[in-house]
Ligand binder design. Sequence first.
Ligand SMILES: [Zn+2]
Length: 336
Amino acid sequence: MKPFPWHAAALGSLVAQRERLPHALLVQGAAGIGKTRFAQALAAALLCERPRNALACGECDSCHWLEQGNHPDYREVIPEAAEEDDEGAEAEAAAKADKPKSLVIKIEQVRALADFMSLSTHRSGWRVLVLHPAEALHPNAANALLKTLEEPPPRTMIVLVSDRPARLLATIRSRCRVLALPMPAPADALAWLRAEGVPEPQAALAAAGGAPLLAQRMAEPDEAQFRRKLAAELARPGGADALQFAGSVDREGVERLIHGLQTWVQDLVRVRMGGKPRHHLEHAAALSARARSSDLERLFALDRELAEARRLAAHPLNPRLLTEHLLTAYNRATLA
Ligand SMILES: [Zn+2]
């Protein structure tokens, strides 16, 4: 498991001091820059039996086991709902018929680590646990984890990965060394997107605010189509048809809507203040037309409201009502 190219240097310098590593690391940074892959690559490097330049060789038994997902000294803990994503359409269909999967990391999942944490390790002596996203830890689960963070077994590395570290318990944060991964340089991100065959990589990267993995996802046909549809709605001269648009937004669509609307509102603020759009480059004309009729104070208020909605979007809510409410607020702010 290799890190993304823009993280190779940071990983190298971290692993080079492997004997002085902390027991717990909080890897934080923007969504869509490859933090989880960084954590997995760190695990691979620590567990590798013949590391090269401090990084995983990709060829030894340990590296193979890790790739196949059955390394005895490695665990990854994620919410049930995220597991489902990995299992393909069949599991997804079965899950839909069943009750909804949990969005949080439950205390049972942390308790189930007791044997893993207390027994001796099998191979290199290292033991690595990766939890992501760490903000999904239920408070009870976080408290259970706290005990392990306070007295970790030797040569144990616990890596928490988070886009929203402010939502972690302060007691958890204070027991981790923070590693803040920056946004990759645009040139590195673009080179990677081109190599991945992403169409219109520049527009996708702008829409994603510079985060390459988010850009890749946003360039997928249904995502790109949703953004076009949303932009057309937001640019309508008479205002967005909140009621009708809300009818087509499901639970999954809400996060996309909030992200799209928030980046659009932030672009409106920039244009209103004489700057250039940063996210929706292809809609510069529509943005500047709309910015002229916008009320700056209301745009700021809407941006704050969207940030709050984004925080709550992972939780069960009524997607239609929220969409309708946000688009109505948008109309009020931009047709002043
Ligand atoms: Zn290896």
